[in-house]
Design a protein around this ligand. Structure first.
Ligand SMILES: Cc1cc2nc3c(=O)[nH]c(=O)nc-3n(C[C@H](O)[C@H](O)[C@H](O)COP(=O)(O)OP(=O)(O)OC[C@H]3O[C@@H](n4cnc5c(N)ncnc54)[C@H](O)[C@@H]3O)c2cc1C
Length: 474
């Protein structure tokens, strides 16, 4: 017997896939006119497993498919910088949807009710995507309780669906054997199948134009954090970034990835965060580059370790830890050691505002903070140092964690992401790391110091690049 007893036989085989979570079982509506894909996290038309499932279900039911995107005014911790990038990405969604023969409807607050839309278009069932963060997951749960239609979500933004692991891991090495076993099954090209039935938009049905600002009239939106011109949102820019990195950067990734003063990494994180590109697309392009002899095995291994292993470890951390955005996510050893060192003399103390304005004695740290506030992106090596110093300078570890989360989510284009919470947890409470040697303030949590960090790369060049209004030099 199948796991989905109440799902009609025609759809059971489709539902029997670890990438799919059947949030509401049942038969599709009888007199229906389409299947709706509610696009949230996976903002792309190509190589999107959620859209593929929606198209497959629609084809099986003999119905067209409609992609629905709803712009809400209060997405948690999002500001103008993020909405601007989002709007750029939606333009590619609209264009690519046409090319794939998929209808696309955009609605904005206050005319953006998904439930009303499902009624309006007489939807047979609803397909969505997944997001492990607290609020988006809560919305999905509430919706599943309220809907009368079958509602499935598809884990579209990871290579291996999180359900395959079903848990978080203390260390990456504990996850590796499970990842290794699962990869051949899930690291495969998606079908990009075409819908068999076209949908004609009823004349009276409203869809917003992307020619206008999608945030117009959103009174409570934080507009103080300005858009950046260092990254352009969308699948087209993401694919261009990927091609450029594979042709020019990937071969030197092992040597250059820890050099914040050069362009040694892919800078794909904003695109991954907004779902403009999926990790399967990236990983398969890397595998092709290896097979064609453009890169060495070591470059492939090191890069995929970040894109797949560290990234998906972060997703599991957020999915299985309610405290992912506060210091209670610490393992007992880290909690204990940080409490024991809570009274240690801090060499410097800064307020949140001083940190935000990059007003510390440390030029390297200030440069990192400015790279983030002005460019919407900070290099990985600097993110580690940046967060470790916040632990050293904040009044206590709880506030260090809180401040790092606020700043990271506010300024990084890729902020508000499982990688961010896991990165901050790694730096401040030693998550996914082992105990180190006992030091003031840090206790057993791995320390970093300005003196040693600045010796590992050309720190002066990095500081010059981020000394005020300088933009990324490429
Ligand atoms: C304190 C701190 C905060 C961070 N905040 C964020 C954040 O808000 N959003 C975010 O996406 N990443 C975050 N990271 C992880 C990492 O720094 C960025 O993903 C990376 O710098 C993005 O640059 P890139 O795309 O050029 O990376 P590449 O080196 O080119 O790596 C490719 C991709 O692999 C993934 N990746 C790389 N490093 C890591 C890592 N350490 N953990 C998990 N995934 C990784 C990312 O998706 C990245 O885009 C943070 C790390 C730390 C230590």
């Amino acid at each position: 017997m199948s796991r989905h007893d109440n799902t009609p036989e025609s759809l059971q085989k489709l539902a029997d896939n670890p990438r799919i979570l059947v949030r509401r079982e049942g038969s599709p509506r009888q007199d229906a006119e389409c299947v709706v894909y509610w696009m949230q996290r996976a903002m792309r038309i190509h190589e999107n497993p959620a859209l593929d499932v929606a198209i497959a279900a629609a084809n099986l039911l003999g119905l067209p498919i409609v992609v629905f995107f709803s712009v809400i005014p209060n997405y948690p911790n999002a500001n103008l910088r993020h909405y601007h990038f989002l709007q750029q990405g939606l333009r590619d969604v609209e264009e690519d949807a046409k090319e794939r023969g998929v209808a696309f409807v955009l609605r904005r607050h206050p005319d953006n009710s998904l439930e009303e839309f499902l009624e309006e278009v007489h939807a047979a069932m609803l397909i969505g995507d997944e997001n492990p963060c607290r609020e988006p997951e809560r919305w999905r749960k509430v919706l599943a309780r309220r809907l009368k239609l079958p509602y499935w979500t598809v884990d579209a933004d990871v290579v291996v669906p999180s359900a395959v692991f079903g848990r978080d891991y203390f260390l990456l090495q504990h996850m590796r054997p499970h990842l290794k076993e699962a990869l051949p099954k899930f690291l495969v090209t998606t079908k990009n199948s075409k819908p068999q039935y076209g949908w004609t938009k009823p004349k009276s049905l409203h869809s917003e134009s992307l020619a206008h600002d999608i945030t117009a009239g959103f009174k409570d939106l934080d507009r103080t954090i300005k858009p950046v011109d260092t990254f352009t949102g969308g699948t087209h820019a993401a694919l261009a970034h990927l091609r450029d990195f594979i042709s020019h950067g990937l071969k030197d990734y092992v040597d250059k990835r820890n050099h914040p003063e050069v362009k040694g990494t892919s800078r794909l994180s904003p695109y991954l965060h907004f779902g403009n590109i999926g990790p399967i697309t990236i990983a398969l392009a890397v595998e092709r580059a290896l097979a064609e002899g453009h890169i060495e095995q070591a470059a492939r291994d090191r890069f995929l370790d970040q894109v797949i292993a560290w990234r998906e470890l972060s997703v599991l951390f957020v999915k299985y830890n309610d405290n992912y955005d506060n210091w209670e996510s610490a393992e007992p050893w880290a909690h204990k050691t940080l409490v024991e060192h809570g009274g240690d003399q801090r060499p410097f103390r800064y307020s949140f505002e001083q940190l935000e304005r990059a007003e510390t004695h440390d030029d390297l740290w200030n440069a990192a903070q400015r790279e983030m506030t002005e460019n919407g992106w900070m290099h990985n090596y600097m993110r580690m140092y940046w967060a470790k110093m916040i632990l050293e300078w904040a009044p206590d570890p709880a506030r260090a964690y809180e401040w790092a989360v606020i700043l990271n989510d506010r300024y990084e284009l890729d902020g508000r992401d499982p990688n961010g919470y896991a990165g901050i947890a790694w730096a401040i409470v030693g998550k996914h790391d082992r105990p180190w040697f006992n030091r003031p303030v840090f206790g057993l949590v791995r320390p970093m110091s300005g003196a040693s960090t600045s010796k590992k790369f050309d720190a002066k060049t990095y500081i010059d690049q981020n000394s005020g209004s300088a933009k990324l030099p490429f």
